[in-house]
Write a protein that binds this ligand. Structure first.
Ligand SMILES: [Zn+2]
Length: 478
């Protein structure tokens, strides 16, 4: 879900003249014996079609739990948590606690999800649920979103346990079963099951931070520390209707079209927070004296410089990072081709700047479109505003060190705000800061295939991720 930003940076930072080495052909640091073990579990995970409504998520939970159990985690610390995501969609979360024999710090939480987005055999080149290795890639649904992260975080722990490593804080693994649909698992995990998940902070493996462009130049590693809030609103117009042979000036569809025209050109207030300021400071460095670089510096110097903020927002590289954005995504209206429409509805999806209440955006939209249009939030999903997570130096240092040691010693590591949303937002909303820091990488844009066709991950990126997480555990629990 979260790789959009990487793609956009490609054009921005590709300044290096010297032809860079293709990172896919470089050797991984994971030992061959552990490559084989990790690959075998990955294959099994990919070949379980854990799409919503297929009841297969528990099989993934069983597979991961078996690795932890074999490594020495007692059954009393392995919890299968069945729940209903959507009506009739029975799924499960897995919660595993790796206990510290001498805890000196509060636990840390590792987040992931075991469900994947639907994939039709007829659309793909090969069966999406048949694991395949070809041309330096692993293929299959979930290879980059995000069974790679589930397996890498699990096998890194299993490997460290086999080497006798003892963490100095409990490490809790929380893998949900419906991140791609409703996030009920993360809601329960951060509230009802809090006794099993309570932690000082969380590291989310759903979304790799490093990436490269097609010339193999590093695009840096953005640690996502904040997420915009996902909220859909329905804009509905009503009208008495009538016979279409006698049209009147008032018309439900025209009224809705007028309202959408206003939404289209509406400007939400530009905003900054600690994370986006740090992100833009990094971007300004990368941009140097470019027009965008100048605009970013102007806005950082004066947060009220609306013109600079608008210029940044208008740049395809930074869309959605300076403010709340809303966009029409679906339409319905009318009941017969020979009748004047009695109602028309537009679906408007908003990504709300962290800390802003969805009710405030609803009021702003209502004021914008006027009293003739009904503005209602999607009752199925009321977004929870989530505060940006603080810039934890220990997390930034651990990620920077692991990225430099395992993936690329030159790679920039910087904070960012994600315009997408994940399970992390539910934990943030309940007071547990979350950082999206998976170590897997890809080549932008050719490997940006999450939710799409012929999803894949470079073989080295998957194996590297196991070593990356080992380093993260050692740095933050050692
Ligand atoms: Zn995901």
């Amino acid at each position: 879900m979260k790789r959009a930003i990487a793609l956009l940076l490609a054009a921005a930072v590709s300044t290096g003249a010297v032809a860079a080495t293709d990172p896919r052909i470089l050797p991984t640091k994971l030992e061959p014996a552990w490559q084989a073990k990790a690959r075998a579990v990955f294959k099994q995970a990919i070949e379980i079609p854990s799409v919503h409504n297929r009841g297969q998520v528990p099989a993934v939970a069983k597979l991961l739990a078996a690795q932890f159990r074999a490594a020495g985690i007692p059954n009393s610390d392995i919890h299968f948590m069945p729940y209903e995501a959507l009506p009739g969609d029975h799924t499960e979360a897995l919660i595993v606690r790796w206990r510290s024999p001498h805890a000196t710090k509060k636990p840390m939480l590792i987040l992931g999800h075991m469900d994947v987005v639907e994939a039709k055999r007829s659309d793909w080149k090969y069966d999406p649920f048949q694991f395949r290795e070809e041309g330096g890639y692993f293929y299959g649904r979930g290879t980059s979103d995000m069974k790679n992260g589930d397996v890498a975080t699990t096998m890194a722990a299993v490997k460290l346990m086999s080497e006798g490593f003892k963490p100095d804080r409990d490490i809790i693994f929380f893998y949900s079963g419906d991140e791609e649909t409703r996030g009920v698992g993360a809601t329960l995990g951060s509230t009802k099951w809090r006794n099993l998940t309570d932690s000082e902070f969380g590291l989310n493996a759903d979304g790799g931070c490093p990436s490269y462009d097609e010339q193999f130049r590093s695009l840096g590693c953005g640690i996502s520390m904040a997420e915009k809030t996902f909220q859909t609103y329905f804009l509905t117009t009503h009208n008495p209707g009538g016979h279409s042979s006698r049209p009147r000036p008032d018309n439900a569809i025209y009224d809705l079209a007028d309202a959408l025209e206003k939404v289209r050109s509406y400007r939400f207030q530009p905003m900054q927070n600690e994370v986006t300021r740090a992100y833009f400071a990094e971007r300004a460095k990368q941009e140097g004296n470019s027009r965008l670089g100048q605009e970013i510096r102007a806005w950082l110097a004066n947060p009220n410089d609306g013109a600079a903020a608008d210029a940044i927002e208008a740049n395809p590289l930074e869309v959605g990072i300076t403010r709340t954005r809303c966009v029409a995504t679906m339409l319905s209206g009318g009941h017969a081709d020979n009748a004047l429409p009695q109602s028309a509805t537009a679906t408007v999806n908003c990504r709300i700047f962290p800390g802003v209440e969805p009710a405030k955006i609803q009021a702003e939209l209502q004021k914008l479109v006027g009293p003739k249009v009904e503005v209602k939030p999607d009752p199925e999903f009321i977004g929870v505003p989530t505060p940006a997570s603080p810039l934890r130096p220990d997390v930034v240092a651990a990620v920077t060190n692991a990225v430099h040691k395992v993936i690329d010693p030159q790679m920039d590591v910087f904070p960012e705000m994600s315009t997408g949303a994940s399970d992390g937002s539910f934990f943030r909303a309940q007071g547990i800061p979350v950082y999206d820091v998976d170590g897997s990488w890809g080549i932008s844009p050719i490997d940006e295939r999450a939710h799409g066709l012929d999803e894949r991950i470079p073989v080295r990126a998957f194996y590297d991720d196991v070593v990356y997480w080992e380093m993260i555990y050692k740095a933050l629990a050692g």
